[in-house]
Design a protein around this ligand. Structure first.
Ligand SMILES: Nc1ncnc2c1ncn2[C@@H]1O[C@H](COP(=O)(O)OP(=O)(O)OP(=O)(O)O)[C@@H](O)[C@H]1O
Ligand SMILES: [Mg+2]
Length: 262
């Protein structure tokens, strides 16, 4: 069986807003079950647009294969059963208790008792079980981001698309979220694609890194091969170094803006 039959495979994805073409014939993958991919790139590169295109939200053309099946032939509800998408910004909070909000994200087919157990379990595993009874509208920004992630997770999708899941989180919660995402990938074979701005997090947690620049996939591969001095200069316009720490992990050091020397 080829990778195309089991993983996530995006071909020829194009997305326009009105007349403006933002993503043009992008192909990505295959991404294997259980794999965590970080999608990096500067602001306005098109990262959110790509995730929304894969999720089937908004107008796009191209094909998205999962396990050999063409998801673009499915209705949006059928596609949404397989792909969960956590947007970059959350909708306005309502007064619903956290536990209810998380349960409502789970398919009605599992029944209320199971949905509640799974919701508590996910909140506990993310270290936020104590929030279960609080109204959503009374949470902090970071807490709400954690709840949005929990809502995506309890749906137990085959593909989890996370748009900057750690942008509002303190260091400890960033680690919780990335640890849990990797655990989900390994335990359930979930394919995780996470947009990140923190290159350090991507280096630490991603199996592979995709770089998007001006709507094009600039590179896709192993973290050490992708995050290089040259990439930092070309894609981000910064002068940086990649070095190994005393424990052998790859670290990025930023020296400042990149100035080309002729
Ligand atoms: N609803 C929209 N209507 C028109 N143009 C849009 C819309 N959403 C995004 N764009 C444009 O599409 C391009 C890509 O936007 P996108 O949100 O995908 O970038 P991004 O890589 O996620 O950036 P960021 O890191 O800032 O979140 C940008 O030039 C943006 O102005
Ligand atoms: Mg974005």
């Amino acid at each position: 069986m080829s990778m195309h039959d089991t993983g996530l495979f995006v071909t020829d994805l194009s997305v326009s807003y009105g007349r403006k073409k933002v993503i043009s014939s992008l192909s990505l993958g295959p991404i294997a079950p259980g794999e965590v991919v970080a999608l990096l790139g500067p602001n306005a590169a098109g990262k959110s647009t790509v995730l929304r295109g894969i999720a089937g939200l908004g107008r796009s053309t191209g094909r998205v294969f999962l396990g050999g099946n063409d998801l673009t032939r499915l209705s949006l509800p059928e596609r949404a059963k397989r792909i969960a998408y956590m947007p970059q910004s959350q909708p306005p909070a309502i007064g619903l208790p956290v536990i209810e909000a998380v349960m409502s994200a789970r398919s009605a087919s599992v029944g209320r008792k199971t949905a509640m157990e799974e919701a508590f379990d996910a909140l506990e595993r993310l270290g936020i079980g104590h929030l279960a009874m609080q109204p959503l509208s009374e949470l902090s920004g970071g807490q709400r981001q954690m709840i949005a992630l929990t809502q995506a997770i309890v749906r137990q999708p085959a593909v989890l698309l996370l748009d900057e899941p750690t942008s509002a989180l303190d260091l400890r919660h960033q680690i919780h979220v990335m640890d849990y995402s990797v655990a989900m990938a390994r335990e359930r074979g979930t394919i995780v694609v996470a947009v990140l701005h923190d290159i350090g997090l991507a280096l630490r947690y991603a199996d592979r890194i995709a770089i998007l620049q001006n709507g094009h996939l600039q590179a896709f591969g192993n973290p050490e091969d992708i995050v290089t001095q040259q990439m930092l200069a070309e894609v981000y316009g910064i002068a940086g170094r990649i070095e190994r720490c005393s424990q052998g992990r790859i670290q990025m050091i930023v020296d400042g803006p990149f100035h080309a020397t002729h």
